[in-house]
Design a binder for this molecule. Structure first.
Ligand code: PGA
Length: 259
């Protein structure tokens, strides 16, 4: 198995242009600390271009430091009368290579469903973006022993109809909702159990060979001091980091744990 670990910073609706630029420059300047880990910065969309130039993004989305840029959401149509929305080709046009889809905040606060996420995932792939598809159970679902059922429904729904060659390009992020922004991280065993479940589901959707290629990130209160134990699990291939991605030291500390 030779999956390259991937650590992405989900900045959510935080920072301003100066701080976003400063953080991006700091991460790009110190990228070597992360070794071979793939680093992705996902700023608010108005700052995608500023972050892109801060990391020296070329038109094809590559940068001298290897740091990539991703969006936090997108529309599924390529253009049209969708006031306030951003199209996948527009993200590609400004050098984005990734897009986070179906984050729990999108699902709970903005009504996104597995069907929405499925449509967007296909649109992202069609545009040449790598979707980071997020799934995860709520506390109530975990306490009701429904984690497996919930994650199974989310994976099968969000990834329905993808060809094996598309499936192997995606990144999945397992983010238990109760761990997001709460300081309550899943134990490495809890996370590994769901990651193994997800890999099994991917094998059923495509094949074990395809499933073995898909990178599955853990997300939810990842910090430099808990990242190493998560990184030691066989099916955890990186992290989707919220709060701790807003500080270069913390973000790179997490990335280092996956190096
Ligand atoms: P957190 O957020 O690291 O602040 O818990 C993770 C996420 O929402 O992706």
């Amino acid at each position: 198995m030779s999956r390259r670990n991937i650590v992405a910073g989900n900045w959510k609706m935080n920072l301003d242009r100066a701080k976003a630029t400063e953080l991006a420059q700091a991460v790009a300047g110190r990228h070597a600390e992360a070794g071979s880990v793939e680093l992705v910065l996902c700023p608010p969309s108005v700052y995608l271009a500023a972050v892109g130039s801060a990391v020296g993004l070329a038109a094809n989305g590559t940068s001298p430091s290897g740091v990539a840029v991703g969006a936090q959401n997108m529309h599924d149509k390529a253009s049209g009368a969708f006031t306030g929305e951003i199209a996948p080709p527009m993200l590609v046009d400004i050098g984005c290579r990734f897009v986070i889809l179906g984050h729990s905040e999108r699902r709970t606060l903005f009504g996104e469903t597995d069907a929405t996420v499925n449509t967007k995932t296909k649109a992202a792939l069609a545009a040449g973006l790598t979707p980071i598809v997020c799934v995860g159970e709520t506390l109530e679902e975990r306490e009701g022993n429904r984690t497996q059922a919930v994650v199974t429904t989310q994976i099968n729904g969000s990834l329905a109809g993808l060809s094996p060659s598309d499936l192997e390009k995606i990144v999945v992020a397992y983010e238990p909702v109760w761990a997001i922004g709460t300081g309550k991280v899943a134990t490495p065993q809890q996370a590994q159990e769901v990651h193994a479940l997800i890999r099994g589901l991917l094998a059923s959707l495509a094949s074990p060979a395809v499933a073995a290629k898909v990178r599955i990130q853990y997300g939810g209160s990842v910090k430099p001091d808990n990242a190493a134990d998560l990184a030691a699990q066989p099916d955890i291939d990186g992290a989707l980091v919220g709060g701790a991605s807003l500080k270069a030291d913390d973000f790179l500390g997490i990335a280092k744990a996956f190096a």
